[in-house]
Design a protein around this ligand. Structure first.
Ligand code: FE2
Length: 180
């Protein structure tokens, strides 16, 4: 049985929240790995939403365009921040400071997405359509490479570089196009 896209996205948001919740406890030497996991979680989720959730939301929900534009602008701001962070040294104090700033922005965005986007979609689409969209969302999520590059711990700052945000997004888009 398929799962509603609302449930899938809400579960992803919980995972992001949990991951961010552990930020203060991450030892300095592990911050690069912690960041790689965060980037993977966020980029896959956001690209999958932009490929599946938002096109339907725009066409089916009243005033969907305006709400979608605002939420996607927040996602793009987060992606730019991730792209900046991946060029930084995870051992530098500013790296942690930047992450601390990214956290409230991402969590606030997720809250708005649940309140503005998911709730409206739930009121508009039938349970069957929400499940169909859930299936597409899962295809999108699974098309993202989980490890675009092997770790290269001896190549500073390569210990955290798995490949640029844009490259992950491009590969996902290609895979989704092929699957559809
Ligand atoms: Fe989201």
């Amino acid at each position: 049985m398929a799962t509603s896209i609302i449930k899938l996205i809400s579960t992803d948001h919980e995972r992001v929240k949990e991951h961010f919740g552990g930020l203060e406890q991450v030892p300095g030497a592990k911050l690069g790995d912690w960041f790689c996991e965060l980037r993977e979680l966020l980029v896959r989720h956001e690209v999958a939403e932009e490929m599946t959730l938002y096109p339907t939301f725009r066409s089916e929900v009243a005033a969907g365009d305006k709400i979608a534009d605002a939420r996607i602008a927040e996602q793009q701001a987060a992606e730019s921040k991730l792209a900046e962070l991946e060029k930084m040294d995870p051992q530098s104090p500013s790296f942690l400071a930047e992450l601390m700033q990214l956290r409230p922005a991402v969590l606030e965005h997720a809250k708005k997405e649940e309140a503005d986007v998911l709730s409206r979609l739930g009121q508009t689409l039938t349970p069957e359509r929400l499940e169909d969209l859930g299936r597409t969302y899962e295809v999108a999520m699974s098309s993202a490479p989980t490890h675009p590059h092997p770790h290269a711990p001896d190549t500073p700052p390569g210990n955290l570089i798995l490949g640029p945000v844009a490259a992950i997004a491009d590969r996902m888009r290609d895979a989704i196009k092929k699957a559809s």
